[in-house]
Design a binder for this molecule. Structure first.
Ligand SMILES: *Cc1c(COP(=O)(O)O)cnc(C)c1O
Length: 747
């Protein structure tokens, strides 16, 4: 860790000053033992910091730190964890270095508009961000040479508060960089590094921050600096603004600025991975560099960039893709066209959608043309995407359209609850001590059957109790703080929920296609299901609507009003402020995870994978990942793929009611002596076994490696060798390869 950070923490005793390094590396967030190290300094301070070590170390009374530094028991644990941390950071024998020994010095740059890493760093909106965050964590664990770029959103977090009318208020909570695991990147003069986005007029500057994600550095771009014109300062303030011009400026900063920042930092890379179309302009900048600095023709530069780029698309509907009117593009790229060695028309052709050329510059069309490798994020999404974009490959049969799929996955150490992990340790560990590092091997998971039903059920019940405790505590705090005359409805927040009742979780963004209202299609039937005297059912909702999405907010309000209707028996609750923290409680603690989007809109979905990993059963429509995950024994599925889009609500809702009445509820309440639902537990085991290895980020990242990364790196190698042969290039920032090594095969 840089000295200037330690200078801010001189109050931390020398003996335990490694806590500062640990706080600034998110490695701690997926290693429960490291979390315990902070917690054991002082439980209250840990809680008050909302599990944020940077904040805790800044605010904690010095006496507690001194106490820890003199406590032999604490120091023993400290030394062990710090040794593990150091070893991890210096690791040489990683999976990647063993599998691909020749590629160690070549780096892949990962670009994404958002990252969901931890709630102390609110630079995410939802699923796309968590996917990117999990990708980086797993790349770190596997030892992939990777560097990442994103945004430092100063207004990143909108805290959701629901007013008494059920309307979502978006409370701005500016990101405090002093209380987040980010550090300023400094220039040679010791000032905050500022970089100009090339060829954009009037000029835009970005300041650079750094987040350490295990071994992977993530650089965040920040336009909120004095040297920017006032109208440019807000470019990086919030995610996905609805203002088209601002959005274009964001994508210019992320792609072109991001590429430039890596260049300036010497964190140079050989290949790129674009997470969704937002950062696609990075490809332009890569082309421009080759044209300007190496004197290439545009076409040759494009070919090289294509050979070294993979683009992951996530959006299954045409309306979800960014399209910028041509006059907007002209406004910002006037100086850029000539720098690429092409004219305006040739440039605009790169972003034309063949079936709708008038609409403007389509970022996905551009990304597909300027990258040589493309993938969707689940098998069905692959089919949908090939159909949607076949027009870019005229004459090619749909099945041959070169868009493959890599199904998403989740980072196991992040999403597996530590109590559940202890249980797996106890029963998988004796046979397979390295099960965590080999968790993408399905055969290991057969050992789940060794767990006695009562033990698995006990841990699940404990996690459920944690969820209900958390919900009630939040309600208590809100109740105690309410203003006179504004009576809080205890049912809404979940105060009447019963920990013994079958509990369904529905937590996702309130976009209309996710159909949060679906289960209310036949309110009378739902009431009968929820209010069954002997076999009660309850539903916990959570989720935010995009601040500009009034339809989403209205939908949320509808759900909110249901929670207040006594006819539903106080068995429906809405938990405010869905984010990483609330998600962790829900995917660990409910019994059933409900998912019913309008097919084929769910490209993949990942929250159901998180649930499955922790023994929560999926009840989901056949869309996205569940088409691959469902095997007839590991949860429930409904929804025929052929149903017409319009008018399918009643059909899908009836399918849910039928499953609940005939299968889910009876199985849950079928108890033996000792109150154990053996049938249910059997299904939990089947769900863990079948889903955990396949839908892990480890399987996903290895698949990206197998399908793309070495290909990209080989192309980069070849390009580099060519440059070396032609001329002496400017000193590369990365280790130059020993001549001759480049010719060898990699595997
Ligand atoms: C996992 C996760 C998501 C994405 O889940 P979906 O299944 O794609 O809806 C969104 N938000 C949070 C907080 C998550 O943890």
């Amino acid at each position: 860790m840089e000295d200037f950070i330690h200078d801010q923490f001189t109050h931390v005793p020398e003996r335990i000053s490694g806590l500062v390094d640990l706080a600034y590396n998110l490695w701690w967030s997926w290693n429960p033992e490291a979390q315990v190290l902070f917690k054991q300094v002082n439980r209250e301070a840990w809680k008050e910091s909302i599990h944020n070590p940077v904040r805790m170390l800044r605010e904690i009374p010095i006496a507690f730190l001194k106490e820890a530094a003199e406590n032999p028991a604490y120091l023993r644990r400290y030394d062990v964890i710090m040794r593990r941390f150091t070893k991890y950071m210096n690791a040489t024998g990683t999976w990647f270095s063993a599998e691909y020994p020749n590629h160690r010095s070549l780096t892949i740059a990962y670009f994404s508009a958002e990252y969901g890493l931890h709630h102390s760093l609110p630079i995410y909106a939802g699923g796309l961000g968590f996917l990117a965050g999990d990708h980086l964590k797993e790349a770190s664990d596997l030892g992939l040479p990777m560097v990442a770029v994103g945004f430092m959103y100063s207004q990143g977090y909108l805290r959701q508060v629901i007013n008494h009318e059920g309307w979502q208020l978006d409370i701005n909570e500016p990101l405090d960089p002093d209380a987040a695991p980010v550090t300023r990147v400094l220039d040679s003069a010791g000032e905050h590094l500022v970089v100009q986005v090339p060829h954009i007029d009037p000029p835009i500057y970005v300041a650079v921050w750094k987040v350490q994600v295990g071994r992977v550095p993530l650089y965040l771009l920040d336009t909120n600096i004095d040297c920017n014109e006032p109208q440019n300062r807000g470019i990086s303030s919030r995610l996905y603004t609805g203002d088209l011009e601002q959005r274009l400026r964001q994508e210019i900063v992320l792609g072109i600025g991001g590429r430039k920042v890596l260049h300036v930092l010497g964190a140079d890379y050989s290949a790129v991975h674009l997470n969704e179309g937002h950062p696609a302009f990075a490809l332009l900048e890569r082309i421009r560099e080759r044209v300007v600095e190496r004197g290439m023709e545009f076409d040759e530069a494009l070919e090289q960039v294509r050979a070294t780029s993979v683009f992951t698309t996530h959006t299954p509907v045409p309306a979800g893709h960014d399209i910028f009117p041509y006059d907007l593009i002209d406004r910002y790229f006037k100086a850029y066209y000539p720098a690429l060695g092409i004219d305006r028309d040739e440039f605009l052709q790169l972003g034309v959608h063949p079936q709708n050329p008038e609409a403007g510059f389509n970022m996905t069309a551009f990304a597909l043309r300027a990258s040589g490798h493309h993938n969707a994020v689940s098998r069905v999404h692959g089919t949908v995407t090939r159909q949607m974009w076949r027009c870019l490959w005229p004459g090619t049969p749909e099945t041959m359209v070169p868009i493959d799929h890599v199904t998403n996955g989740i980072h196991l150490p992040t999403w597996l609850n530590h109590r559940m992990k202890d249980l797996y340790d106890r029963h998988i560990g004796p046979t397979c001590p390295n099960w965590v590092s080999e968790h993408d091997d399905p055969s290991i998971w057969e050992l789940i059957d060794e767990i006695p039903d009562a033990e698995l059920w006990y841990v699940h019940t404990w996690l459920k109790a944690k969820l209900f405790n958390r919900i009630r505590e939040q309600e208590r705090i809100k109740w105690a703080a309410q203003r006179p005359g504004r009576v809080l409805d205890p049912a809404t927040g979940g105060a009447y929920l019963n920990p013994d009742a079958l509990t369904i979780g529905f937590a996702r963004r309130f976009s209309t296609y996710k159909r949060a209202h679906l289960i209310f299609e036949d309110p009378e039937r739902l009431k009968r299901i929820l209010n069954n005297r002997w076999y009660p059912v309850q539903i916990i909702f959570a989720g935010k609507a995009h601040p500009a999405d009034n339809e989403g907010k209205q939908l949320l309000q509808r759900i909110y009003r249901y929670t207040q209707q006594p006819e539903f028996g106080g068995r429906i609750a809405f938990v405010e402020d869905y984010g990483e923290k609330v998600a962790q409680y829900l995917v660990h603690g409910v019994d059933v995870w409900l998912n019913n989007p309008l097919p084929p809109m769910e490209a993949s979905g990942t929250s159901g994978m998180k649930a499955a990993l922790n023994g929560v059963l999926n009840l989901s429509i056949l869309d996205g990942w569940w088409v691959e995950g469902y095997n007839g024994r590991n949860g429930w599925a409904f929804g025929s793929e052929t149903a017409a889009r319009n008018g399918r609500d009643p059909i899908d809702a009836a399918a849910i009611y039928n499953l609940l009445e005939k299968e889910v509820v009876p199985l849950y309440y079928d108890r033996s002596v000792g109150n154990i639902p053996h049938g249910w537990v059997k299904m939990m085991k089947e769900s863990i076994k079948s889903n955990a290895p396949r839908f892990s980020a480890r399987r996903m990242v290895k698949e990206y490696v197998a399908k793309y990364y070495p290909l990209l790196l080989r192309a980069a190698d070849a390009e580099y060798a060519r440059i070396m042969a032609v001329s002496k290039p400017p000193a590369p920032a990365w280790e130059p390869r020993v001549p001759g090594e480049a010719e060898e095969g990699s595997e």
